[in-house]
Design a protein around this ligand. Structure first.
Ligand code: CTP
Length: 403
């Protein structure tokens, strides 16, 4: 899946012959799963029609400050457009528009939108070879990059003038992959590997029965997705759940029992930078597993249970540079108990769920958690979806590992 999937991409088209290629560019952004809107300079409309780009982008295309066709003119809000965008790409970017961008001019909707955008702005110059080499152009490339904009260099080849040289706009495929690679390379967990445990464990009694718990696995799966979306490589060790995930950066390792989970976690732990243990691991397991179905011969059945190994504590014992995160589900004396667990298990961070909070816990779609770290910082959070709790948790981890 493209990193652009679900992102808001704003394409600014300016008046150069390469504008005809923006039809393909819009198609590629749509294919990547991005939401795409187009803003054009008046000159760009000479090269490609707004109708073509609005049809392909499935959104209205704007090029003026007001909607002129309407008797009651509506303001095309460049501020909203600029803030809507997660990514703004000006392609083709003509010498004229680049020079205006550099100087903060805003005499058309595209330029005003550029000045309002808070997201990363890419520009793909397109001009004839002499213009591309001109000191004025070189200065605009440099200055715009010094403002934090990202240049997608032009290629070389035959130009519309018939001359051969630099200045040809990067091909649409190259523009999309440049942006994807650039975003991926800047993700805060790029290059980091995270181990996550999720779900319940099932402790076999006999071939058909087990002792389990109500954990849905949702919290752990949301942490895995959020980690991968931030660029981390994820090993997700999960007990039996109905949760599904498909992401090129997530490797799901299915396990059944606490002992399986212990083994899988230890197999991967020394390769990771961060471990988040959110699974609801059984604390006890039948001492003996019958290899045949137990028959109801008597009125009562006594099972002898033995303690499982505490996976989290075992990692606390052996960790070197790994950042170790555990969960605690408490009903009373919550903060004190969680702080005690943090210390006892040698954790860097503990996520406290209080069963006294409505909407918290391991069954539903929401959670209300408090983060306590090894420096004594306590962060209370409001009731949120588990997806948002996962994002908050990762932001806390990122903040702490970079501190
Ligand atoms: N955990 C684990 N292995 C176990 C049991 C728990 O890794 N065998 C981890 C869970 O994934 C979670 C944390 O330990 O991160 C939860 O601990 P919890 O069960 O709340 O508390 P315990 O430490 O088991 O203590 P107590 O049962 O006394 O509350």
């Amino acid at each position: 899946m493209s990193i652009l999937n679900g992102k808001n991409v704003l394409l600014g088209v300016t008046g150069g012959i390469a504008a005809y290629k923006t039809a393909s560019l819009v198609r590629l952004f749509v294919k990547s799963g991005a939401n795409i809107k187009v803003v054009m300079t008046p000159a760009a409309k000479e090269f490609v029609t707004p109708l073509t780009l609005s049809t392909l982008s499935k959104n209205p295309v704007h090029s003026t400050f007001t909607n002129e066709e309407d008797d009651n003119a509506i303001w095309n809000n460049h501020v909203d457009l600029g803030l809507w965008a997660d990514v703004f790409i000006v392609a083709p970017a003509t010498a004229n528009t680049l020079s205006k961008m550099m100087n903060g001019a805003s005499d058309n909707l595209l330029l005003a939108t550029y000045l309002s955008a808070k997201c990363p702005v890419y520009f793909a110059p397109a001009m004839d070879l002499d213009m591309y080499k001109h000191p004025a152009s070189l200065e605009s490339f440099e200055k715009l990059q010094s403002f934090g904009n990202i240049m997608i260099p032009a290629g070389s080849g035959e130009l519309a003038s018939g001359l051969v040289g630099g200045g040809r706009m990067a091909e649409p495929e190259d523009i999309v992959s440049f942006i994807e690679q650039d975003i991926l390379g800047k993700l805060p967990l790029r290059g980091k590997k995270i181990l996550i445990t999720a779900g319940p464990t099932y402790e076999a009694i006999d071939p058909v029965r087990f002792i389990g718990n109500h954990s849905s696995g949702k919290m752990g799966f949301e942490i895995a997705k959020a980690s991968a979306n931030l660029g981390a490589e994820v090993v997700l060790i999960s007990g039996p759940t109905h949760q599904k995930v498909s992401h090129s950066l997530i490797n799901v390792v299915p396990v059944v029992s606490a002992a399986d989970m212990y083994n899988a976690v230890h197999e991967h732990f020394n390769t990771v930078d961060v471990a988040v243990l959110s699974a609801a691991v059984a604390d006890f397991t039948p001492k003996e597993v019958s290899n045949q179905k137990i028959k109801k011969k008597s009125d009562t059945l006594t099972l002898e249970l033995g303690r499982t190994k505490d996976i989290l504590a075992s990692l606390g014992d052996i960790k070197t540079s790994q950042y170790l995160v555990g969960f605690a589900l408490e009903t009373n004396n919550e903060l004190e108990n969680a702080k005690g667990k943090l210390k006892r298990k040698n954790l860097n961070l503990i996520v406290l769920n209080s069963l006294n909070d409505k909407g918290a816990g391991f069954k539903g779609d929401t959670n209300k958690v408090t983060f306590i770290d090894d420096a004594g910082n306590i962060t209370e959070n409001s009731l949120k979806s588990k997806a948002d709790v996962a994002i908050d948790l990762l932001n806390k981890i990122i903040e702490n590992i970079h501190a």
